[in-house]
Design a protein around this ligand. Sequence first.
Ligand SMILES: Nc1ncnc2c1ncn2[C@@H]1O[C@H](COP(=O)(O)OP(=O)(O)OP(=O)(O)O)[C@@H](O)[C@H]1O
Ligand SMILES: [Mg+2]
Length: 269
Amino acid sequence: MAADLIVAQGLRKEYAGRLKQDPPTLALESFDLRVAEHEVACIVGPSGCGKTTLLNMIAGFEQPTAGTLTVRGLPIKGPSPERSVVFQQAALFPWLTVWDNVVMGPKLRGVDAAKLERDTKRVLESIGLAGFESHYPYQLSGGMRQRVQIARVLVASPDVILMDEPFGSLDAQTRIVMHEVLLRVWAEYKPTIFFITHDVEEALILADHVYVMSRRPGRVKAKIRVPFDRPRSYELIGNPEFATMRAGIVGMLREEWTGAAAQGAVATT
Ligand SMILES: Nc1ncnc2c1ncn2[C@@H]1O[C@H](COP(=O)(O)OP(=O)(O)OP(=O)(O)O)[C@@H](O)[C@H]1O
Ligand SMILES: [Mg+2]
């Protein structure tokens, strides 16, 4: 069994209201989570339950209000290249080529130039972007831009890759390609991946564990081990066990939605 890498215990996150008289929002409360090293952890949960809040705290962008959140046993003090984020929309510099977008972070940190060149070539190759080094972001498809973002994260060889619905804006076919790319990248580099999605099928294809969150204030309602062997492919979708697990998770999410609707608390976005 791999050691725990990310541990949340009794985590609480409260956002103050925008104005003094506005009530605070309790995003997470009594939140516990353990993600093992090298695991692909997929988080699903109703809209507004605190998934991005959790990711932002792991990234070090936000601080917990109470409780502990540690990586390798150390509290998270702020952002670090050890924990890199892939955003939903590819955040690339439009005036830089693919190559320059990918090398910029490590270059600024003073990584050895020869090593960086070797790593970048290898990463671009393994992510299917060889030959596009001199292209600018506007010359790429949405899926390719997302791959550049992932390549940029990989050259920094972080311990943890944090992904917030990274393929949410892509069409269904491109998503399938991106799943294959991500599965290959994972097999090669074995980073710990913390992946938020609304798509239960995506979660079951990628994850070692699916963490189902309750409605806000979010808690882990179930941690489900995904038993399918790796390497995985889309043929899994036809597997009866896959269909049963999918139905089970969708059912759990539905319970949260229906409960939230009964309380008049469904987010409309
Ligand atoms: N910076 C902020 N200031 C105030 N409230 C916030 C802030 N960020 C999030 N919230 C609130 O915290 C709650 C959880 O938001 P969060 O973005 O974490 O949800 P989510 O699970 O990522 O939702 P979605 O699936 O729609 O992306 C929401 O009620 C939201 O309004
Ligand atoms: Mg979110």
